[in-house]
Design a protein around this ligand. Sequence first.
Ligand code: HEM
Length: 399
Amino acid sequence: MKQFLNDRLPLDGVMAHLRKPLPKHINLLFSLGSLAMFLLLLQAATGAFLALSYSPSPDHAHNAVTYITNEVPFGNFVRGLHHWGASAMVIIVFLHILRVVLYGSYKAPRELTWVVGVLLLLVTLGFGFTGYLLPWDEKAYWATVVGIEISSTAPVLGDVVAKVLRGGAEVGAVTLSRFYALHTIWLPWLAFGLVGLHLFLIRFYGSSGLPKNTSEDMKTGKPFYPDQVFEDVVGMLILFGVLACAALFAPVPLEDVADPTNADYDPRPEWYFLSLFQLLKYFQGPFEILGTFVIPTVGMLLLLFLPFLDRSERKVLWKRPIAMTVTSVCVVAIVGLTILGATAPKLETQEETAQPTDEVQQVTPTDTEPEATEEEDVFDFQLTEEEIEGAKEVGEESQ
Ligand code: HEM
C-alpha cells in the first residue's frame, strides 16, 4: 500500500520536508498558532453540528437554540464547546500575536505572514460579531443593533455597510439570514483560505526561532515531525479538556427572545468587544467619531502595517524599547478597558437624549442614576410607532 501511494504521490518528499529541523530552543509559545488552528477546526465541527438543528429566522432561531440546549443529544455540550471555543480562540489568537510581536517574528522576510495574520484576526472577530446575533435573544439583538449603529458612523461607507449588514432599515429577518450566511459560509471560506496561505508562508520562510538564536541554531533544533507535532497535539488535548469542562459545568447564557420594542434593554457586547464599547464612553458629541471609528481604525491600520513601520532588524526585546513600550501600553489599555466595561453597572433605565442625531448617542451608561422619562433613548435610533406596531405583529404571529 505504501509503495502504491509512493509511486503516485510525492509522500517521501513531503515527509522529508516535515522532518526538517526547526530552530533550536523553540518553546511552548510556538504552539499557540497550532492551537488557534485547532480551535478553528473545532468551531467548524461544532458549528456544523449546531447547524443541523438551527433555523435562521426570527420566529424559530430562539426556539431552535432552546431545543438544541434541552432536547438534542449532547446539544448542550456541543453548544458549550462552540461558545467557550469562540472565547478561547480570541484569547489564543491574542497571545499568538503577542508572541510574534515580542520575538520580532513579524520582521522581514515575514511581513506577508503577518498581514495575512491580521486578516485572520479580523475574520476571528467577524465570527464573534456575526455569531452573537444567532440565538436571537435580547442581548444578541440589542448588541447587534448597537454594533451596526457604530459601523454606520464611519465616514463615506458607514451607511452603506450598515445597510448591507442589516439588509433593510431595521435589524430583522434579513439581518439574521445575512449574519447566518456570513457566519457559516463567507467567513469559514475566508478563514480556511487565509489559514492555508498563512501556513504556506510559514513553511516557505521557516520558523523565525528565538531572537537570540545564532545562524547555526536556526537549523539544528528538533524536527517538526514528530517532536513539535507531538507537543502541539498534547497542547490541543489539554485545551480540549479545559473547554469540555467549561461546556459541562458553565451553562451558556440564553436570555428571553429578542423584543425589538424593548428600548429599555441595556446592551452589552461579547467580552472581547467590551474594550471598544468602553472606549465609546469617553467620547461624546462631536468627538464621538473618535471612539466609534478613528481610534479603532487607526489602531487596526497600525497593526496591519507594523512590519513596514518597524524596519529595524533587532529582535531581542530589551534592545527594542519603543516596541516594548507601545506593546505594553496597548495590552494594558485593552485589558483595562475590558475590565472597566465588564464591571460597569447595568442601566436600570436609560438616559434622556435631548436632541437625537444621526450619530450614535449615549451608548454609555452614566455614573449617576438617570431619571426615567417618556422619551428615553439610549441610541440615536428611535423606533417609529409604525415600526413598533410591525414588531408587535411579528411577535404575535410567532407565538
Ligand atoms: C486563526 C488565526 C491564526 C492561525 C490559525 C495561525 C496559525 C499559525 C501557525 C500554525 C503558526 C506557526 C507556529 C507558531 O509560530 O505559533 C503561525 C505563525 C505566525 N503567525 Fe499566525 N495564526 C493565526 C493568526 C495570526 C495573527 C492574528 C497574526 C498577526 C497579527 C499572525 C502572525 C503570524 C506570524 C508572523 C507567524 C510566523 C512566526 C514565526 O515564524 O516565528 N498569526 N501562525
